[in-house]
Ligand binder design. Structure first.
Ligand code: SF4
Length: 232
């Protein structure tokens, strides 16, 4: 495989369903592959298992930056927002850089924040909002694999529009505090759930949890409306 190609699970036009830019019309590029599996998040692990589990690899397309640009151009007349999600985009920061340089609108990279870009070599990453969804113990991953403090600090220091986004189903305040200590970025908490029913079961607790602890609440619009459906 050409080392510049990027495995792409899906590209689609939709509405951002969670976090700081919730409600914004956005073009989504979902890369394939992740360095975690998050077995705690439902029976398939993460809600984007088809972009993580290698058994779905034959569904991924290996695209160059020019091919990705061609696929997203038709949507850009509707939306100035690009969301690079996954899987884990951090696996491909160097290959994604020409896209980040080229795109003049708002870019969000949804990441587990275990890998930071090289901001010296790739300075345009500073304009990106990194949605740092650092995994907590409810992900089922071991701490030393899911929390990389140096990567989090590097992203927070260089990309000032970034924010934290945590999936919650219990009082995980101590874990959130430990991860976000001395980092001045907005913290969003959202209910764990891979279906509307599970989301609604966890939502009231997360609502109170945010009120009590001074965090921002984020819903997950796409799960509420479409459950596990892909490409929305
Ligand atoms: S880090 Fe994110 S994409 Fe990777 S397995 Fe966990 S939830 Fe899924």
């Amino acid at each position: 495989m050409d080392s510049k190609l990027i495995p792409i699970s899906e590209i689609f036009y939709s509405i951002q369903g969670e976090g700081k830019y919730s409600g914004n019309l956005s073009v989504f590029i979902r890369v394939g592959g992740c360095n975690l599996t998050c077995p705690g998040f439902g029976k398939n692990g993460c809600d984007s298992f088809y972009a993580v589990d290698k058994k779905y690899k034959n569904e991924w397309q290996y695209l160059s930056i020019d091919e990705i640009k061609d696929k997203i151009k038709k949507y850009l007349k509707f939306s100035p927002n690009l969301v690079i999600t996954g899987g884990e985009p951090g696996l491909y920061f160097d290959r994604l850089y020409p896209l980040v340089e080229w795109f003049s609108g708002n870019i969000t990279i949804e990441t587990n924040a275990t890998i930071a870009p090289d901001f010296k070599k790739y300075p345009e990453f500073k304009k990106v909002s990194f949605a740092m969804s650092v995994k907590l113990s409810n992900s089922g991953e071991e701490y030393k694999k899911r929390v990389k403090k140096q990567a989090i600090k590097t992203i927070a220091k260089n990309a000032k529009k970034s924010f934290f986004k945590f999936v919650i189903n219990a009082d995980l305040k101590e874990e959130i505090e430990e991860i976000t200590k001395n980092i001045d970025l907005p913290i969003y908490c959202m209910p764990l759930g891979e279906s509307k029913e599970e989301l609604e079961k966890n939502a009231p607790f997360v609502f109170d949890f945010c009120l009590k602890n001074g965090y921002r609440y984020s819903d997950r619009i796409h799960i509420r409306l479409f459950g596990k459906k892909r490409g929305i």
